[in-house]
Design a protein around this ligand. Sequence first.
Ligand SMILES: Nc1ncnc2c1ncn2[C@@H]1O[C@H](COP(=O)(O)OP(=O)(O)OP(=O)(O)O)[C@@H](O)[C@H]1O
Ligand SMILES: [Mg+2]
Length: 313
Amino acid sequence: MTANPTRRSAPTPTRGSPPRAAELPSPAIEVRDLRKSFGQQTILAGLDLTVRRGEILALLGPNGAGKTTTINILSTLLRPDAGSARVAGFDTVADAEQVKRRISLTGQSAAVDEVLTGTENLVLLGRLSGLSARTARIRSAALLERFDLGRAGAKRVATYSGGMRRRLDLAMSFVVTPEVLFLDEPTTGLDTRSRRDLWDVIRSLADAGTTVFLTTQYLEEADQLADRIAVLNDGHVVASGTATQLKTQVGGDTVELHDRHGSLLRELPTDGSVSDLRRALDLLDESGAEGVVSLRRPTLDDVFFALTTKETR
Ligand SMILES: Nc1ncnc2c1ncn2[C@@H]1O[C@H](COP(=O)(O)OP(=O)(O)OP(=O)(O)O)[C@@H](O)[C@H]1O
Ligand SMILES: [Mg+2]
């Protein structure tokens, strides 16, 4: 992805005979025909999804599509009605304890202790996760710096602003490095700088091998950060791929002719070739109008509108 040049590409298999199935590591997340209803309301109607190790996957979908429900099932907080989900090689129902040991989750709303200071929250979690007192303190100080909370560390969380709380909550996810990290709308409520800082943290974690499964309402975020995007609608994954693949799926590029007031005169499908542009210029000449020729590629917004419906809301 252009905005993310440092990301490693998937390891290329060595030449010669392909590796046998037994040698291939299992995917970080493997979801098969997952189903979940609340009362009469079907939320997940047979979800299929695979996430490779070290990959950043962004799950997109309208409000109420079931993104949080999916994360809750994958992180063992909720039992599916049917189907299966394996995380880090273990079944989320049968081997829930094994899964819990390998994951970390930041939910949609902050889960930090108000009465404690930022430092105390981080150190406590570090100790509970098995770090020595010294390591927990060092780690906590580094994370407070990383999330721009250096000076706030000694203050009680009750005095924090909404964004500071959110950043502390996110820092908690990084106390121990998980195999799979779940982030439910991690950047909601963060200012632009904090959002970019978090992207950096997420990228470096993924570069070191952690798999990241995140949800977001920000299409730009999915575009910039994720290796792959999955779109959830009406209980199914309706599309998945890189941002570019999804854009191509929704429709190709078009050449647009506008008059000088900006009104659209013509729209022509194109593969971006010079001959298409020349034809567009000729058409503009023939029409006798003064105007502009521009190339338009579908945006992720177009993808989102084309693939999702309002009914789930
Ligand atoms: N415990 C529950 N009991 C009953 N209904 C629930 C429960 N949890 C979620 N739902 C319903 O399931 C649907 C999906 O909810 P979910 O939170 O997974 O959506 P979402 O995609 O995360 O939405 P958002 O973008 O708003 O966060 C919603 O209609 C919600 O009201
Ligand atoms: Mg949600």
